[in-house]
Design a protein around this ligand. Sequence first.
Ligand code: HEC
Ligand code: HEC
Ligand code: HEC
Length: 411
Amino acid sequence: MSDTSSSVRTAYLVAIVGGVLFFVLSVGLLGVWPARVIDAQTRAMAPEHPLPRTAAEQRGRVIYGREGCASCHTQQIRYLHQDMARFGAPTLAWETHLDTPHLWGTRRVGPDLSRIGGTRSLDWQYTHLFAPRSVVTGSVMPAYPSLFDGAPDRPRQEARDLVAYLDSLGRARELAAPEGEARARDACNCPDDEMAQMAFAGTMNTHPARARRTDEAPRLPAGTLPRGQQLYAAHCATCHGERGLGDGPGAAGLLPKPANLAEHEYAEERVAAALWNGVSGTAMPAWRDLAPEDLASISTAVQNLSVAQGDPPVPEHLTTLGARVFTANCVQCHGERGDGRGPAAESLLMAPKNFVRQRVSLAEGVRVLRSGVAGSPMAPWTARLTDAELVAVAHYVRELYAPAPQGDIRR
Ligand code: HEC
Ligand code: HEC
Ligand code: HEC
């Protein structure tokens, strides 16, 4: 009997000692050691004075947690080529080390948000929160109308705070670059650490919707109209409206309003550039996640929306007056040749329109000159110009249109 009881006792002892050892080992391996590695990495790579969140951003963070955004959105770009291609450089530990509790999330029903700051315009964010499907066809994201006073352009303080928070995501890392990246790379001193090299490689933010203030665009292959119309209905009609009048369901809360595509003629290269880069300073996203053939098809569909403008000959005196008005008032932004490259253009978030590549209808041009474009640096001119001068200069900018022949685009 004493034989069995002593072997039972030994078994208990082994189990207890083994259990405690296992526990200590797991805490050490899975808790203490990674924490130390990450602490060391954070100390080595974080900027000396990372910008703290403002009070509004801090409140927005709490709302983000409360509304369960993290159950559908991650805030962590992983060390995977798919993640890096879509969102940019992988998240470093220091980027979120001031967040307690962290909101990394575990499920990606919607896209990763760690670099969403500066990617979407604020009016887009409000419209999207108010009613996601008014801007993104078929979105499964829930609407948050309780954060608004009944309309997307009437956000309550909570919506403002939440959007302020969203717009802060990725900012710390972006502000640290490129000097910060170089400093972090030096501090890391890890040429053989594959993951660290991935974290520093490539572009900070490659979000396909991020708008860029440039005219560059890839040369598009030939597109087909039916495919383009299908894609237009799926992606563009929410804002620009089914017939391109700028009156889609998403348009209500946006400033500037989506362009009235029917009232414009566009050179092929202009549509390609608008699709590839978005329109900086507006809710118009870039569409870099669409295939080049699809972009080409959409471009064909956009050009097809234009209501062709019969061009009555413009009397000589009107042209002379228009040219004079243009030189006196418009060149600093729109440029001598009307190509949108005036001396003041560079400093504007929103590019002055390039009249060489797009021709606005006379009626729409006069309307813009009378009322300006709300939400843009283009002011109304009624206080400075007479009605005759307005009409003359609206005629004049139309005459600057000189698209490259189709298929012969030099960029
Ligand atoms: C049920 C899942 C779900 C929840 C909850 C959710 N979203 Fe989304 N979200 C999505 C999906 C799906 C998309 C992609 C389609 C779209 O843009 O609407 C998306 C898109 C977004 C985008 C645009 C991302 C991009 O890359 O362009 C933002 C910003 C966003 N959500 C913020 C939020 C915020 C803030 C909350 C909480 C108030 C939230 N989401 C809650 C599913 C969700
Ligand atoms: C979220 C709303 C929204 C969506 C979706 C959208 N656009 Fe836009 N679009 C805008 C806004 C806002 C502008 C800027 C108008 C301005 O500069 O005054 C714009 C500008 C443009 C321009 C430049 C027009 C000009 O006169 O300079 C083109 C071309 C265009 N969009 C085409 C498209 C196409 C094609 C799609 C679909 C692939 C699309 N847009 C999707 C809101 C949107
Ligand atoms: C402060 C800079 C600035 C000045 C000065 C200026 N514009 Fe503009 N203009 C802009 C910007 C920026 C836009 C584009 C707004 C947008 O994206 O919707 C624009 C848009 C326009 C459009 C709309 C074009 C289209 O395709 O829809 C017309 C027409 C126009 N300007 C004519 C003029 C004329 C004529 C003058 C001189 C009387 C003038 N602008 C002076 C900045 C300026």
